[in-house]
Design a protein around this ligand. Structure first.
Ligand SMILES: [Zn+2]
Ligand SMILES: [Zn+2]
Ligand SMILES: [Zn+2]
Length: 152
C-alpha cells in the first residue's frame, strides 16, 4: 500500500511539473494519476477506467482513459510497459534529480514492477551490441522479466 501522504506529495509535484511544462493536470487526469500511483502493479486502460468509474460521479469512456494515459506518458508521469500493454506511474515524480532512461524489473509472479534508471554507459554498450548486428534500436526502454524478493 502506498501512503496517503506520499500520494498527495506525488500529485502536487505532478501538478507543479505540468504547469511548468505549460500543460494542465485537470481533475480527471489527476484522479487517473492517483489511481496509478496507488497501485502496486501495472494497470491496463480498462482496469484504470474500472477503478475510476467505481468512485467518480460521472462515468468515463475507455477512449478518454487512453487519452489521459497518453498524456501522462508524454509528461513522463507514467510509463507504458510495451511487454504487458499496461501502464505504471513513474516512481520519480516527486524526485528532483534528472530522469534516466527507465528500465523495468517485472515480477512474473506478483506482477510488481520496480523502475530503475539504467547507466548511460551500459545503455551505450547495449546499443553498440544491437547495431553490430545491423539492427537499430527503436526503444530505449528495457523490460526485464524477474522474480521480486518476496516471490523468490
Ligand atoms: Zn520514470
Ligand atoms: Zn528518483
Ligand atoms: Zn513478486
Amino acid at each position: 500500500m502506498v501512503s496517503k501522504t506520499r500520494i498527495n506529495k506525488v500529485l502536487s509535484k505532478a501538478e507543479e511539473r505540468c504547469s511548468a511544462a505549460g500543460s494542465r493536470l485537470t481533475e480527471k487526469r489527476k484522479k487517473i494519476l492517483e489511481i496509478m500511483v496507488s497501485s502496486d502493479v501495472p494497470l491496463s486502460p480498462y482496469e484504470v477506467v474500472d477503478q475510476y468509474n467505481e468512485v467518480a460521479d460521472s462515468k468515463m469512456p475507455a477512449n478518454s482513459a487512453y487519452r489521459i494515459l497518453d498524456f501522462l506518458v508524454s509528461e513522463n508521469l507514467a510509463h507504458k510497459l510495451a511487454s504487458a500493454q499496461k501502464y505504471i506511474a513513474c516512481s520519480h515524480i516527486a524526485c528532483d534529480h534528472t530522469h534516466n532512461v527507465p528500465q523495468f524489473l517485472i515480477c512474473g509472479k506478483c506482477q510488481k514492477v520496480q523502475e530503475v534508471g539504467i547507466q548511460t554507459k551500459l545503455m551505450k554498450q547495449l546499443k553498440d551490441n544491437v547495431e553490430s548486428t545491423g539492427y537499430s534500436m527503436t526503444s530505449q526502454q528495457l523490460e526485464i522479466q524477474c522474480l521480486c524478493p518476496d516471490c523468490q
